[in-house]
Design a protein around this ligand. Structure first.
Ligand SMILES: Cc1ncc(COP(=O)(O)O)c(C=O)c1O
Length: 434
């Protein structure tokens, strides 16, 4: 066995892992294979990214051909056809009036990019005082300094100093007393969007650049927006000229049974961040969509001058573009977003059958996402769900947990028998667990 000391693993209990490793060595469609040759059902699409299932041959072939044809081309002041083709396809795919896309390499970079574009946009329009950013408690927007500043997960913030200044937060919408065991969008909580009015009154709209939220908060344990909530946020942003950013890093590319959450909810923000499912998780890539007018506002500088001083060596990397184009082909040819939508009803009934199972205090769902909240062990928050994760893995199922919440987000190619198996394993583990 390889010495495991050198690798500092991300968002991982390193000592626990290294004492008892969980190694995956291959994957196909709905399953991983572990190094002890067990088949592990993927209940999480990797990390919300392998939407079309694992090891898709057309993606592999496209990447192989691309690396042999053009392995890399400088991202600054140079171009390659794949990036333009992909951008064109993406803006056609997302509903609403988005007309430009900026490429990044991850969700975190997409968030940093979106926040920077928002602030710079107001400045190039002559409203340079609009610099404040508004996030939401329990929000997850990746791990850059911008993202953790607007994010609202305490542990992700507390070790890292003073963060960005000029940030404020809306309350989160999670409330078990009102909304436990809601199916799809809960009834209670739209009024929480009105807090934005209070924040505007405090800071003044002339100082606020943007509000950023996940339409469905994923990493914090699946918080589904209450009915009417996103609409109200949109209306208040419109009223005050504040840009609304939807962080669709997990909700993009079919997760809710529609292309993006903006389509599902019928609420159109000004900027959308994406990543993960864009390449089916094969090659790192992210994207930021901006609505009509934002790009144009930057085009005032002399024609030979750079308009936006931002970008990455690997923005629009040829391999990522090839992987993304092949991924979009699969999504379209297999109508995977529609498929997810059709499967969502079966999924909903299956996960809600966990209502009444030992330790379960809430089940919430939308599209092919579910959150199952467990009662915490007194004095040991997170332990019960983590034990559940370990036991599920032993029984051949990969789930994710955050605090005492189990989060499920399987590949969109999931079959009913896989859904049954997920629920069966979870039920068995939970019933036997202390
Ligand atoms: C909503 C959201 N934004 C941003 C990110 C960060 O993405 P990455 O890990 O690719 O940087 C994530 C990752 O889970 C996410 O869920």
């Amino acid at each position: 066995m390889t010495n495991m000391d050198a690798y500092w693993m991300p968002f991982t209990a390193n000592r626990q892992f290294k004492a008892n490793p969980r190694m995956l060595v291959s994957a196909k469609d709905m399953h991983f294979t572990s190094d002890d040759n067990r088949s592990i059902l993927d209940g999480t699409a990797g990390l919300w990214c392998v939407n079309a299932g694992h090891a898709r041959e057309t993606i592999a072939e496209a990447v192989k051909q691309q690396v042999l044809r053009l392995d890399y081309s400088p991202a600054f002041q140079m171009g390659h056809p794949g990036a333009f083709e992909l951008a064109e396809r993406l803006v056609k795919m997302i509903p609403g009036n988005f007309d430009r896309v900026f490429f990044t390499n991850s969700g975190s970079e997409s968030v940093e990019t979106a926040l920077k574009i928002a602030i710079a946009y107001h400045r190039v329009k002559g409203e340079g005082t609009r610099q404040r950013l508004i996030g939401r408690e329990r929000g997850y927007h990746g791990v850059g300094f911008g993202g953790i500043s607007v994010g609202g997960i305490g542990t992700n913030r507390k070790y890292f100093g003073s963060l960005l200044t000029g940030v404020d937060h809306l309350s989160h919408t999670h409330n078990l007393e009102h909304n436990a065991f809601s199916r799809k969008q809960p009834e209670w909580g739209a009024h929480l969007a009105d807090e934005l009015e209070r924040i505007v009154a405090l800071h003044d709209a002339s100082n606020i650049a943007a509000v950023i939220v996940e339409p469905v908060a994923g990493s914090t344990g699946v918080l589904i927006p209450p009915k009417g909530y996103l609409e109200r946020l949109r209306a208040i942003c419109d009223k005050y000229g504040i840009l609304l950013i939807f962080d669709e890093v997990i909700t993009g590319f079919g997760r809710l049974g529609s292309s993006f959450a903006t389509e599902y909810f019928g609420v159109v923000p000004d900027i959308v961040t994406a990543a993960k499912g864009i390449t089916n998780g094969t090659v790192p890539m992210g994207a930021v969509f901006v609505k009509e007018g934002i790009y144009d506002a930057f085009m005032n500088a002399p024609e030979n001058a750079i308009e936006l001083f931002h970008g990455y060596t690997y923005s629009g990397h040829p391999l990522a573009c090839a992987a993304a184009l092949a991924t979009l082909d699969i999504y379209e040819e297999e109508r995977l977003f529609e498929r997810a939508d059709k499967m969502a009803g079966y999924w909903e009934n299956a996960v809600h059958s966990l209502n009444g199972v030992r330790h379960v205090i809430d089940v919430r769902n939308l599209g092919l996402v579910a959150g199952i909240e467990l009662e915490s062990i007194a004095g040991k928050p997170g332990k019960r769900a983590f034990d559940c994760f370990l036991q599920c893995y032993e029984k051949g199922l990969l789930i994710r947990t955050t605090g005492d919440i189990i989060v499920l987000s399987p590949p969109l190619i999931i079959e009913k028998e896989h859904i049954d198996r997920i629920v069966e394993i979870l039920t068995g583990v939970l019933q036997e667990m202390e």
